[in-house]
Design a protein around this ligand. Structure first.
Ligand code: NAD
Length: 479
């Protein structure tokens, strides 16, 4: 089996690296492809290609850039079914979710294409009547787009579409666990009218290829999505050249269920949030705080809802709700965090162990109660289909406990009380809060975390601004 090629300066090229990484289908444990851990020279060539291509790309009128981004969206759309299959195979999410992720990515490319002719600067008043002050917004330059395994298509779209519409060139590093979709998307981009060198793809590991990208002075922004430890290393590496970082990192989303909530709605959404992608989303329901008056009702309904979930390999069984987790290593991590919680007094209401289907990395949908805030399971990202539930008395207490986290990405509130909603909008300290709504960010929003959940984002107008730099012109004139 040959490894996927790299894509550098408009060509698919084989690396001379002999360091191979096997890509395993988490539903079947079969090796389905290989990539190389690219060499430093490969990464350097990709950056140089992007750096050179940037010079003309940023001068290309927005209307032309928008058209290319739109054509890429159309081409991905035309190939959606095949791409969803590749995604489901390499990552494990059921095919209906893979198809949904493709829809999100296509929408993202279309959305960004529509920003053409709209990205502009400002004219601000001068203190001098013989002067104009122009704040120009220009492409920041070469983007290093570092992608995780959990949403390898959608996050690819986030990095690539935002880079292209803003006039930036990009070197993508796919995840070493899910590189097949990035390889397939590169073939689509290769068929487009995008000038060579504007988009490049390298494969490999974080501490080799990712680190090389993060330490190169030609890179203007490192847009990395992944874990907090990897984000910390990226930031350390970026510090060498004072390179801008754009980090979308982990989360520990609290779900507050008030006594004024529609409990059925809360159960439906929290269940969906926890089992989507087998719980491996940065905005998944990671901890539940339910007001004690409705706790019994909520827990009963949640157990029943989670019991109904059919787990399996969706490419062999159409009726599957939830697939495997991403890898053997990740399954071990989930098992360990639940075992520790059990030892510390957590009560297993449902699941609480692996699911043996003969092959693949499956974990049972799990509900845990009798949880103290001090447990590791309430502090660390679980990233699996495991729902720890705790209770609260007052709304102030719920907000305070929800905020008490190193993470600050996502949060949700279920209530029909106006005052609670308003208080949450003032006091919850998270990049986003979903009120009576599924945890599912909008393309035109801004998915950006607080605290260790990261810095900046790629969505909407604010994401575009993150990929632009300012150049202020002071234009003095004589009468
Ligand atoms: P990870 O941190 O292990 O890897 C993410 C990417 O970073 C990979 O491509 C990896 O190779 C690279 N990387 C690792 N070390 C690096 C280094 N030293 N220098 C440069 N690059 C490096 O994360 P993962 O396990 O692939 O993804 C799961 C994590 O991503 C979770 O914590 C999840 O919450 C987070 N995530 C966040 C968002 C968001 O938008 N905030 C979205 C999806 C996933």
């Amino acid at each position: 089996m040959k490894p996927h090629p790299l894509y550098i300066n408009g060509q698919f090229v084989a690396s001379e690296s002999t360091e191979m990484i096997n890509i395993v289908n988490p539903g079947t444990e079969e090796v389905i492809s290989k990539v190389v851990d690219a060499k430093d020279e490969d990464v350097d060539q990709a950056i140089e290609a992007a750096f050179q291509a940037q010079k003309n790309w940023e001068k290309t009128p927005q209307v032309d850039r928008g058209l290319i981004v739109r054509r890429i969206a159309e081409a991905i759309h035309a190939d959606k079914e095949r791409l969803a299959q590749i995604l489901s195979e390499e990552q494990g999410k059921p095919i209906h979710e893979a198809s949904g992720e493709l829809d999100g990515a296509i929408d993202f490319f279309f959305y960004m294409s529509e920003w053409n002719r709209k990205i502009g600067g400002e004219i601000v008043p001068s203190d001098d009547s013989n002067e104009q002050i122009l704040i120009q917004r220009k492409p920041i330059g070469v983007v290093a787009g570092i992608i995780p395994w959990n949403y390898p298509v959608f996050i690819f779209a986030r990095k690539v579409a935002t880079a292209l519409i803003t006039g930036c060139s990009i070197v993508v590093k796919s995840s070493e666990e899910t590189p097949n979709t990035a390889a397939a998307l590169s073939e689509i981009i290769h068929q487009s009218d995008l000038p060579k060198g504007v988009y490049n793809l390298v494969t490999g590991k974080g501490d080799t290829v990712g680190n090389r990208l993060s330490t190169d002075a030609r890179v203007a922004i490192i847009s990395m999505t992944g874990s907090v430890p990897a984000g910390t290393k990226v930031m350390e590496a970026a510090a060498q050249n004072i390179t801008k970082v754009n980090l979308e990192l982990g989360g520990k989303a609290p779900m507050i269920v008030s006594k004024h909530a529609d409990v059925d709605l809360a159960v439906e959404h929290i269940k969906a949030s926890r089992i989507e992608n087998a719980g491996q989303a940065c905005i998944s329901a990671e901890r539940v705080y339910v007001q004690e008056d409705v706790a019994e009702l909520f827990i009963d309904k949640m157990i029943r809802a989670m019991k109904d979930i059919k787990v399996g390999y969706s490419l062999e069984d159409d009726n599957v709700d939830m697939g495997p987790v991403s890898s053997a290593h990740h399954l071990d991590k989930i098992e360990k965090i639940v075992e520790n919680a059990k030892k510390q007094g957590a009560e297993v209401k449902l699941g609480g162990e692996r699911l043996d289907l003969g092959k693949g990395y499956y974990y049972k949908p799990t509900v845990l109660t009798n949880i103290s805030d001090e447990l590791e399971i309430m502090k660390k990202e679980i990233f699996g289909p495991v729902l720890p539930i705790t209770t609260y008395k007052t709304f102030n207490e719920a907000i305070e406990r929800a905020n008490d986290s190193i993470y600050g990405l996502s949060s949700a509130l279920y209530t029909n009380d106006y005052n609670e909603v308003m208080q949450a909008s003032r006091d919850l300290q998270f990049g986003e809060t979903y009120v009576n709504r599924m945890t599912d960010e909008a393309t035109q929003g801004y998915h950006a975390g607080m605290r260790k959940s990261g810095i900046g984002g790629t969505d909407g107008k604010n994401g575009i601004n993150d990929f632009l730099s300012t150049h202020v012109m002071y234009l003095k004139y004589n009468e």
